[in-house]
Design a protein around this ligand. Structure first.
Ligand code: PLP
Length: 367
C-alpha cells in the first residue's frame, strides 16, 4: 500500500477527533449566539466556553479575546490598532509584513533571532507599535519577546506578538510575556481552519476592525463562526493538557529526523539550529535544489512537507526569513520545512528519511 505521511503541521495541523466531534455538534445547533431566546443563549454558552478555554491556554482574560477569521485577520487588526508608525521584525509572517510595506524592519542575526540592539534603535525612532513573533513559521526559532516587551514598555511603545506557531507548542502566559496584543490561530494546534483570536491585556484599546453588529463586545462585527470557535476551544484545552504532560516525544522525533538527514548528507544545514527553537520544526537547507522542487519530489514519494520558497509565474521566490538571516538568494530558495505534531510517529520519520535519501540520489544522479 502507498504510505502517506504528513509532516507539514506548521501549515496546518490535522484536526483532533475530539475537535471534529465538537465542530459537528456545534454546526447542527440551532440559534444565533446574539439571540436572546433559549436557542441563542445555548449557542452563546458554547462560544463563551470556548473563549474561556482559549484564554486559559495563554493566561488571558476571556473578556479580552476577540475571535477572528484566523491569524491573518488578527495580525491585520493588531497593526490597524496602532495610533502611528509600526515597525515589525524582518522574519514576520506576510500577514504582518504586508500591512506595513516599505517600513524598515527589525534585523535578525544569522540564527534568525531578532537583534535587541536593533530593537533599541527602532524604539528610539518613536514607533507607536512594534510587532515581533514568538516562534517563526519556517525555522521554529523562538524570539526573545519578553526582553523586547520590557524594552518597549520602558519606551512607552505597544507590542504585538504573533504567537500562531508557538501556541500549544510552548507554554505561553500573556502577562509574563509582557505584550499588549497576541495573535492565535486554531488550525496550527489541531483546531479548525478559518478561526483565530486577537487577545489584548487590560487597558488596551482594540480598534473595531469589521463594521456592523455589536458582536465580540463591539470589536468585531458579524455572526460568530460558532462551529469553528467551539472547535478552537476544544483544541486549546487539548493543547494545554498536552503541554502539562510534556512535549518530549516530538522533540525526540525531530532530533532523530535531523540526525538521519545529517547521516544521509553530512553537508546539510539546519537553519536556525543555533537558536532556541520549537521542538517540532526543522528547516533543512540543500543548496542547489529549489525548495519547491524538493517538496514535489517528496510528495511523489508520499511525504508532505513545506517550503519557504514558491514558484510564481515561473519566477522562484526565495524565503524572506532565510534572506533576513543572511542567506544568498540561491540558499534562501533551497530549503524545506519539516514540521511534526500530535499525530507524528517514528514511522513517519523513517518514511521521510527513506524518501529524502531517494530524492537526494535522484538529485546527485542529475548533477
Ligand atoms: N502567523 C504565522 C506565524 C503563521 O504561520 C500563519 C499561517 O501560516 C499566520 C500568521 C496566518 O494564520 P491563518 O492561516 O490562520 O490566517
Amino acid at each position: 500500500m502507498f504510505r502517506k505521511t504528513y509532516l507539514d503541521y506548521n501549515a496546518g495541523a490535522p484536526v483532533h477527533p475530539t475537535v471534529a466531534e465538537a465542530v459537528t455538534r456545534a454546526i447542527t445547533r440551532v440559534g444565533n449566539p446574539s439571540s436572546v431566546h433559549g436557542f441563542g443563549r445555548a449557542t452563546r454558552r458554547m462560544v463563551e466556553e470556548a473563549r474561556e478555554a482559549v484564554a486559559a491556554l495563554v493566561g488571558a482574560d476571556p473578556a479580552l479575546i476577540v475571535f477572528t477569521s484566523g491569524g491573518t485577520e488578527a495580525n491585520n487588526q493588531a497593526i490597524a490598532a496602532a495610533n502611528g508608525p509600526v515597525t515589525v521584525s524582518s522574519v514576520e509572517h506576510v500577514s504582518v509584513l504586508s500591512v506595513v510595506p516599505g517600513s524598515r524592519c527589525i534585523a535578525v542575526d544569522a540564527a534568525g533571532v531578532v537583534c535587541l540592539d536593533d530593537v533599541r534603535r527602532v524604539l528610539a525612532t518613536g514607533p507607536a507599535l512594534i510587532s515581533v513573533m514568538l516562534a517563526n513559521n519556517e525555522t521554529g526559532v523562538l524570539q526573545p519577546v519578553c526582553e523586547v516587551a520590557a524594552m518597549a514598555r520602558e519606551a512607552g511603545v505597544l507590542v504585538h506578538c504573533d504567537a500562531v506557531q508557538a501556541a500549544g507548542r510552548i507554554p505561553i502566559d500573556i502577562e509574563e510575556l509582557g505584550v499588549d496584543l497576541l495573535t492565535l490561530s486554531a488550525h496550527k494546534l489541531g483546531g479548525p481552519q478559518g478561526v483565530g483570536a486577537l487577545i489584548g491585556v487590560a487597558g488596551i484599546e482594540m480598534s473595531r476592525f469589521m463594521h456592523g453588529g455589536s458582536q465580540e463586545r463591539h470589536r468585531r462585527a458579524g455572526t460568530e463562526n460558532v462551529p469553528g470557535i467551539a472547535g478552537f476551544g476544544v483544541a486549546a484545552s487539548i493543547a494545554k493538557e498536552a503541554l502539562i504532560a510534556g512535549i518530549q516525544p516530538i522533540t525526540q522525533l525531530r532530533d532523530a529526523l535531523e540526525r538521519g538527514v545529517m547521516e544521509i548528507a553530512p553537508g546539510h544545514v539546519i537553519h536556525g539550529a543555533a537558536a532556541p527553537r520549537l521542538s517540532n520544526t526543522s528547516c533543512i537547507g540543500l543548496v542547489g535544489t529549489r525548495g519547491d522542487v524538493q517538496v514535489m519530489a517528496l510528495d511523489l514519494a508520499g511525504v508532505a512537507v513545506g517550503s519557504g520558497s514558491a514558484c510564481s509565474s515561473g519566477k522562484v521566490m526565495s524565503s524572506h526569513v532565510l534572506a533576513a538571516m543572511g542567506l544568498n538568494a540561491e540558499a534562501a530558495a533551497s530549503a524545506i520545512r519539516v514540521s511534526l505534531g500530535w499525530a507524528s510517529t517514528a514511522e513517519d520519520v523513517d518514511h521521510f528519511l527513506d524518501a529524502y535519501r531517494h530524492m537526494l540520489q535522484g538529485v546527485l544522479a542529475v548533477a
